[in-house]
Design a protein. Structure first.
Length: 266
């Protein structure tokens, strides 16, 4: 299992969040499960802001490594990619999130530990929170079908820090107030928000990322030939689709030619 690569720190602005619809969802069933496949998973079927309350009535996962109330969601499949922002709202306490990504067979494929989350100061229309943001698409992350959000015993025995309200008010008046941050206890319960935003292939950031990540035409065509010759058609198709995603022309033709050559050699 691997750790997912963190793409961007919290960069969603108020303007983005303000224009999205908000879905308040409920996963309360008070049951405890030992298998991921038994959990209730909510399908995130549109670009929106989804809010979940984690309470004593929330479904619970109990395994050798996890004993926690959990939120389960099905991730959308999107070739151009989406940005996912996970926020744990800070109130009297805060839920310390960890993330597990599962494939279609309910096997873990990647994870994000709580220490990857960062503190987000309060802004207009939103309170302070612990946040983590990443990008995902159905080609590079084809195994990322489900996402489970949970906490751990270790995190429950710790705390986070938040800016003192008095210092925040002073800073808003361009004043300096020498006062320490406050400690916020970690809790089994809290409020989780998941915000989805589509990635535009025409954006400068997306173009730059694709240019940096795109491999050469020769590399993709060699990989397609290699997997076809090995009889691994599924992997050859994956490489073909990835090449098309990165704008490599001739990927379909290379795949068809590899199949034809392989057939002639049989």
């Amino acid at each position: 299992m691997k750790k997912i690569f963190k793409v961007i720190a919290f960069s969603f602005g108020v303007s983005i969040l303000g224009c999205q619809s908000i879905d308040v969802l409920d996963q309360e069933n008070s049951a405890s499960y030992s298998n991921y496949s038994d959990l209730t998973f909510t399908e995130l079927d549109k670009m929106a802001k989804y809010e979940f309350d984690i309470t004593s009535s929330t479904q619970r996962l109990t395994t050798d490594s996890i004993d926690s109330p959990v939120i389960g969601v099905d991730l959308p499949k999107n070739k151009t990619g989406i940005t996912v922002l996970i926020s744990s709202e800070i109130n009297m306490g805060v839920f310390a999130p960890n993330i597990m990504f599962l494939n279609d067979e309910w096997q873990p494929v990647a994870s994000v530990d709580f220490d990857e989350f960062e503190y987000q100061r309060p802004e207009t229309y939103q309170g302070d929170a612990l946040v983590y943001e990443f990008e995902i698409n159905s080609i590079e992350h084809r195994d990322y079908s489900h996402m489970v959000i949970f906490t751990t015993d270790e995190d429950l025995n710790s705390f986070s820090r938040a800016i003192h309200p008095a210092r925040l008010k002073a800073e808003m008046r361009d004043e300096v107030l020498d006062i320490d941050d406050i400690k916020v206890r970690h809790s089994e319960y809290g409020e989780i928000t998941i915000t989805l935003e589509s990635i535009s292939l025409d954006s400068e950031e997306s173009k730059q990322r694709r240019e940096e990540n795109a491999k050469s035409e020769d590399y993709y065509f060699e990989q397609i030939n290699k997997f076809v010759n090995e009889g691994n058609i599924e992997e050859a198709l994956r490489v073909r689709d990835e090449a098309k995603f990165y704008g490599i022309e001739g990927a379909d033709e290379a795949f068809s030619k590899a199949l034809k050559n392989s057939s002639n050699q049989s």
